[in-house]
Design a protein. Structure first.
Lengths: 254, 260
C-alpha cells in the first residue's frame, strides 16, 4: 500500500497535466504535454544528469556546512549565556535580509563556480537548523535538568547527555525543513550566474524556447529533491529511534 | 524468591546516615514569603514524611535541601556529617524522569554516566538492582515499553544507585494506582532502609505506612506540627487499627481542627 500510493498520486498528476494540455490546446512552447517532456528527458539524459550532479553536489555541500554551522551556533548559544546575548540579535538580523537579494552579491564575491551556490544554500538553511536545535535544547524538560543537577553533573555533561538528545527530535524536523529548502538556494544561485547545474540548464533551455527540456530539468530537480528528502527523513527516524519505538514490547506485569 | 548468588542491593549508608538540620531558614519567592525562621531537623537514618496541602512549600523545602534552589534563601541548612548539599542527596519525584533514549539499565546508571564515572562494576550493580526489583528482563529495553509502575520502580533504583545517604522524595508514588503504590512502597521501604529519607506526600495513609516520623506542614509562611510517631516499624500494614485511627488524627491536623 505504501508503495502504491505515491505511484497513484504521480499517475493522477500526470493525467491532470495531460488533460489540461488536451482540453485547452495550449501550444507546446507554453505548456508541453507529459509525453513530449518524457521524450525530451530521454533524448537529453547525458547533459541532464551532468547538470543534476552539479546541483546535487551543491545541495549536499550546502546541507552539510549549513547543518554544521547551525548546530554549532545553537550549541554555543546554549553553553554560554553571554555569547547568546550577542549571537541571537545577529541571527535575527541575518534573517531580516532576504537571502535572494544576496544572490547577485554572492556570485560577485565568490564567482560563477559552485561556492556561491553552496553559500546560498548554507544561508538559507542556517536559520531553520539553528532555531530548531536551539529551541529543542532550551525547552528540555526542566525536571531532567534539575535531576542532573542533584546528581552533580557538570554543565557540559548535562548538555551532552541530556540537552542534545532531548533536542534531537526538534533538530530532525529542522533538518527536514533544511533539506526541503536547500535546493531553492542552489537553483537561485545558478539562475543568477553559473555555467552548469539544473538551474542554469533550465534558464538556458528557456532562452531557446526548449520548454520541454526545461520541464524535463524541472522534473529531474523534483526527483533529486524528493530522493534527498526521503534519505534525510529515513536517517532522522533512525537517529530519534526512541520516538518510533512506541510500545512494541507490551509490559506483561506490573 | 532470589537465590544466594545475588549481591546485597540494600542501601549501604548504614547507621552513619546523617541528619539534616534547618536553622532559621527563611525563603521567599518574589512577593511571597514561604518560610520564615523555620527550624527543622530530619533525623538521620530514618524515614521522615512531610504532609500538607498543595502549595504550602513542601517541595520548596526539598529543593532547598537538595541545593537546586538557592536564590532567596537565608539561614543555614547543614548535614550532621559536616558536608554541604553538593553530592549528598538523591532525588526522586512524582514524574519518573526516565530519559526516553536510554535503555532501562542506562537510566539506572544515569548519575554515574553524568559524572563520567561509568564502570562495568556500576553496570553490574544496576543489573542486580533490576533483578532484585523484578525488572531483570527489561534491562535493555527503552522506558517507553514499560508500564507506569515499572517506570517508577526504575526511577527508585536510579535513586538508590546514587548511594547517597540522604534521599529526597517528592510525592514519588502519587501517580500510581493503589495496588502498584502499595507494592512500590514496600520495595522502597526495604531498599532504602538505613538512609535518611525526607518524603513529601499528601496521602496520609502513605505517610503512616512509611514514616518513622510524620510532620504536618500548614500555613504561609509555613509552620510544622510536632512529630507524629506511628507505632511499629515501616512498612506498616494499612489495615492495622492503630494506623487507621492515626489516619483520622492526621486528617484532623491537616484540616487544622486539632489545635492541641
Amino acid at each position: 500500500m505504501t508503495f502504491i500510493r505515491p505511484i497513484v498520486i504521480l499517475f493522477g498528476l500526470v493525467l491532470i497535466w495531460q488533460t489540461i494540455v488536451l482540453v485547452t490546446g495550449v501550444p507546446a512552447y507554453i505548456l508541453p504535454g507529459p509525453m513530449s517532456v518524457a521524450e525530451a528527458f530521454l533524448s537529453h539524459t547525458g547533459p541532464l544528469f551532468e547538470h543534476a550532479m552539479t546541483t546535487l553536489l551543491e545541495i549536499i555541500a550546502g546541507l552539510l556546512i549549513g547543518t554544521l554551522l547551525g548546530a554549532s551556533n545553537a550549541l554555543v548559544m546554549i553553553a554560554s549565556r553571554s555569547l547568546k546575548r550577542w549571537l541571537l540579535p545577529v541571527l535575527v538580523i541575518s534573517q531580516a535580509i532576504p537571502v535572494f537579494a544576496l544572490a547577485p552579491l554572492l556570485v560577485l564575491w565568490l564567482g560563477y563556480g559552485m561556492s556561491s551556490k553552496i553559500a546560498m544554500a548554507v544561508l538559507i538553511i542556517f536559520f531553520p537548523v539553528t532555531a530548531a536545535f536551539y529551541d529543542g535544547m532550551r525547552s528540555t524538560e526542566p525536571e531532567w535538568l534539575e535531576l542532573a543537577q542533584v546528581m552533580n553533573a557538570k554543565p557540559m555533561a548535562i548538555i551532552r547527555h541530556v540537552r542534545i538528545p532531548a533536542a534531537l527530535p526538534a533538530f530532525a524536523s529542522g533538518l527536514r525543513v533544511a533539506t526541503a529548502v536547500a535546493p531553492i538556494g542552489a537553483v537561485v544561485g545558478e539562475w543568477v550566474g553559473s555555467s552548469s547545474g539544473l538551474g542554469f540548464y533550465m534558464l538556458h533551455a528557456n532562452a531557446r524556447m526548449q520548454i520541454d527540456i526545461m520541464f524535463a530539468a524541472l522534473s529531474l530537480l523534483c526527483i533529486v529533491s524528493l530522493m534527498l528528502y526521503f534519505l534525510v527523513d529515513r536517517a532522522m527516524i533512525k537517529i530519534v529511534y526512541w520516538q518510533k519505538e512506541g510500545n512494541k514490547k507490551e509490559a506483561r506485569h506490573l | 524468591m532470589h537465590n544466594s548468588t545475588k549481591i546485597d542491593t540494600r542501601f549501604e549508608g548504614g547507621p552513619a546516615a546523617p541528619s539534616v538540620t534547618l536553622e532559621q531558614v527563611s525563603f521567599a519567592y518574589p512577593g511571597e514569603q514561604i518560610f520564615r525562621s523555620l527550624n527543622f531537623t530530619v533525623k538521620g537514618g530514618q524515614w521522615t514524611c512531610l504532609i500538607g496541602p498543595s502549595g504550602c512549600g513542601k517541595s520548596t523545602l526539598l529543593r532547598l535541601i537538595s541545593g537546586t534552589l538557592r536564590e532567596g534563601l537565608s539561614g543555614r541548612i547543614h548535614f550532621s556529617d559536616g558536608n554541604n548539599h553538593k553530592g549528598l542527596t538523591a532525588w526522586m519525584s512524582q514524574k519518573d524522569l526516565l530519559l526516553p533514549w536510554l535503555s532501562v539499565v542506562d537510566n539506572v546508571c544515569l548519575g554515574a554516566r553524568l559524572r563520567g564515572e561509568m564502570t562495568a562494576k556500576k553496570r553490574l550493580k544496576a543489573m542486580s538492582l533490576l533483578e532484585d526489583a523484578g525488572l531483570g528482563e527489561y534491562a535493555n529495553v527503552l522506558p517507553s515499553s514499560l508500564s507506569g509502575g515499572m517506570r517508577q520502580r526504575v526511577a527508585l533504583l536510579r535513586t538508590l544507585m546514587e548511594e547517597r545517604s540522604v534521599i529526597l522524595m517528592d510525592e514519588p508514588f502519587s501517580a500510581l494506582d493503589a495496588l502498584t503504590r502499595l507494592k512500590l512502597q514496600d520495595l522502597a521501604a526495604r531498599l532504602v532502609e538505613g538512609a535518611t529519607v525526607l518524603m513529601v506526600t499528601h496521602d496520609p495513609l502513605e505517610a503512616l505506612r512509611l514514616g518513622h516520623r510524620i510532620y504536618v506542614m500548614t500555613d504561609r509562611p509555613a509552620k510544622l506540627s510536632d512529630a507524629l510517631i506511628p507505632p511499629g516499624s515501616p512498612p506498616r500494614n494499612p489495615g492495622d487499627s492503630a494506623i487507621i485511627s492515626m489516619q483520622a488524627t492526621l486528617l484532623e491536623r491537616l484540616e487544622g481542627r486539632d489545635k492541641s
